[in-house]
Design a protein around this ligand. Structure first.
Ligand SMILES: Cc1cc2nc3c(=O)[nH]c(=O)nc-3n(C[C@H](O)[C@H](O)[C@H](O)COP(=O)(O)O)c2cc1C
Length: 228
């Protein structure tokens, strides 16, 4: 796109983007001095506030992994659960992210809740649950979503939409005939954190940042303020 061209308005893309407001607020408050000794309750409190305020898809997060070429890769997934073990998401074990996690079981999660001006970053190692532990998550999904999982070709090149519809139709018929049918490749993953950062935007750009850190999965949490 040329400098004089943009997405429909006048001026350059740079000016167009610079004119957009960020952290429009009203922003939430965060006093790191009041933060609890462990982070799960704080995370759930922020998630609850985002949902109550109407942030769309507040339980969606960017899951970043390391690609098989050594470069980063990232996509949005739904958060399935959080407890004292960690943060859970679900995916096909043979999808690109599933293969990446099999090679290198480490990931980071990024949440952004714009109505509050809040970001949460979680880093750690990832443990797959067994097919038996993962099956109830899959059975709770819509039959069409389960059919896609049964086919198991997520992110492959799609050469023929007709073939897709035919293959998905066959898988759906199998599921309708056998309602408990699940693909053993569907996997619930638990990210066990070693770092969790709570980031609160500030109108004056003195953003408040608090990171919980621990050296291993069973260690106790240390809390550190970070420079904005
Ligand atoms: C809001 C949202 C939620 C999503 N939730 C999931 C999910 O829970 N599991 C999943 O496998 N893909 C989910 N996806 C699709 C992924 O972003 C991605 O396209 C897909 O999993 C293929 O990723 P991969 O090629 O890195 O394996 C979601 C996408 C969006 C936009």
């Amino acid at each position: 796109m040329s400098g004089s061209d943009d997405a429909g308005a006048t001026g350059s893309v740079r000016e167009w983007l610079r004119g957009l407001e960020v952290f429009a607020g009203p922003l939430a408050d965060f006093d790191p001095g009041d933060a609890p000794a462990e982070p799960v309750a704080l995370f759930l409190g922020w998630l609850r506030e985002a949902i109550a305020a109407g942030v769309p898809d507040a339980h969606a997060m960017t899951v970043s992994t390391v690609g098989q070429d050594g470069g980063p890769d990232a996509r949005v997934l739904i958060l399935k659960n959080v407890d004292f073990n960690g943060w859970q998401f679900a995916a096909h074990g043979n999808s690109p992210k599933g293969r990446q996690l099999a090679d290198l079981p480490r990931a980071s999660l990024t949440f952004y809740w714009p109505l509050q001006g809040r970001q949460v970053r979680v880093r750690g190692t990832v443990e797959p649950q067994t097919p038996e532990q993962s099956a109830p998550d899959l059975l709770a999904r819509a039959p069409s979503a389960r059919a896609e999982v049964l086919v198991g070709r997520q992110s492959d090149h799609l050469d023929s939409p007709e073939e897709r519809d035919q293959v998905l139709g066959t898988a759906l018929a199998r599921i309708e005939a056998e309602p408990t049918l699940v693909s053993p490749a569907w996997t619930l993953y638990t990210l066990i954190p070693v770092e969790i950062e709570f980031w609160q935007a500030d109108k004056d750009r003195i953003h408040k940042r608090l990171r919980y850190e621990r050296s291993d999965h069973h260690g106790s949490w240390q809390r550190h303020l970070l420079w904005p």
